[in-house]
Design a protein around this ligand. Structure first.
Ligand code: UD1
Length: 371
């Protein structure tokens, strides 16, 4: 049996790592790891492979940056040859990035089964490129692994066959739990006692210079009461430079490796973000999170976790942070099945489904030869 995994962008790597490891336990499974090259900077990609102990990709498609159409089209064209040359029995795609939907499209046209890890999440906001990627990938997938029960509800509403949907929990948390001891060891001794950690990279926050300016002003005024640490995504760095925006008062850093960033999250007094994964990680860690988005495809982080959506309301951000700094914070709980064993569940379901299929093929072949 050959299982092909497709990764491309930073948030894919921590999701694929535990699934690769769990499937590696099966003797009769061979794995092929394809990196699309969507993220290519060493600090957006290579360092994650090293820290998460992911084997080097067997194939790198080197697609790099471009418009959504260009990037998606390049992945489709180059990945088609990979499928034709290797004929995998199953392709596993992760999350909601352009690499995810591009690989799923190729497989569906070539009749190769697709498993989607982190299926069913919906922000109901089609202005988000990731929402389109999620909807299309889920329509094409044969096995859909949902991290929370709302994922199942969303998929059923969209007419997905209930037999394809499996509630397995959150693979990001598998990685977090495994890496937490090492992340804690790497926390620098000279960190301020209290600090707020910021990440922003979504087009809705960084592509509009007027809004980005207002956000920076809010962060600068926050930095008068508490240090603000801001590892900057390359896209955000470019937008800040293009708009000539000053960042005085803020501690801007390069994008951080997984372990160092996780370590910083554990000690933060609060996190401000527009990332999906960080909403989940802070909920698991019990750290207050303020999300600069109007919606989230991860509603359990709000209903059960420590996440608060502030949208474009910077006064709500200021007052929420002031409450946290005064010691008043939202108490959350860890969502069901975010227990570090999601990848094991996925591997078992995949293995079972492939045995069923090979059984079917064998029966089909014997019927053919008997007729
Ligand atoms: C992508 C995902 C997003 C995810 C994010 C995490 C899509 C549609 N978006 O967004 O869901 O949250 O990754 O980081 O797939 N760049 C570099 N070096 C790199 C990669 C990117 O400099 O290694 C710069 C380029 O200028 C590029 C820009 O960042 O044009 C955006 O990269 P891209 O992969 O298109 O999208 P992200 O914003 O990273």
């Amino acid at each position: 049996m050959l299982i092909c995994h497709v990764v491309g962008a930073r948030p894919n790597f921590m999701k694929a790592a535990p699934v690769l490891r769990a499937l590696g336990q099966f003797n009769n499974v061979k794995q092929l790891l394809v990196h699309t090259g969507q993220h290519y900077d060493a600090n957006m990609s290579d360092i994650f492979f090293q820290q998460l102990e992911i084997p080097a990709p067997d194939i790198n498609l080197h697609v790099g940056s471009g418009s959504h159409a260009q990037q998606t089209a390049q992945i489709i064209t180059r990945f088609e040859s990979v499928i034709e040359e290797n004929s995998p029995d199953l392709v596993v795609v992760y999350g909601d990035v352009n690499s995810t939907v591009a690989a799923a499209l190729v497989c569906s046209k070539l009749g190769v089964r697709v498993a989607h890890v982190e299926a069913g999440l919906r922000s109901w906001d089609r202005a988000m490129p990731e929402e389109i990627n999620r909807i299309v990938t889920d329509q094409l997938a044969d096995l859909l692994f949902v991290p929370s029960e709302d994922g199942r509800t969303n998929l059923l509403r969209e007419g997905v066959d209930p037999n394809k949907i499996h509630f397995v929990g959150n693979v990001m948390i598998d990685t977090l739990q495994r890496m937490l001891p090492e992340a804690t060891r790497r926390i620098p001794a000279n960190l301020p006692d209290r600090y707020v950690l910021v990440t922003l990279h979504r087009p809705s926050n960084v592509d509009d210079p007027v809004w980005l300016h207002s956000v920076l002003d809010a962060l600068r005024s926050l930095s008068e009461s508490v240090p603000v640490l801001f590892p900057v995504h390359p896209r955000t760095r470019k937008r800040l430079e293009d708009a000539g925006l000053a960042s005085n008062g803020l501690l801007l850093m390069d994008p951080m490796p997984y372990l160092e960033f996780l370590g910083l999250q554990t000690r933060a007094v609060a996190v401000i973000t527009d990332s999906g994964g960080i909403q989940e990680e802070t909920s698991f860690l019990g750290i207050p999170c303020f999300t600069l988005r109007e919606n989230t495809e991860r509603p359990v982080t709000v209903t059960l976790g420590t996440n608060t959506l502030v949208g474009r309301d910077l006064d709500a951000l200021r007052s929420g942070l002031n409450r946290v700094l005064a010691g008043e914070q939202k108490i959350g709980c860890v969502p069901p099945l975010w227990d570090g064993r999601s990848a094991e569940r996925i591997a078992t379901i995949i293995a079972d489904s492939m045995e069923i299929d090979s059984g079917r093929e064998a029966r089909f072949a014997s019927q053919q030869s008997g007729s």
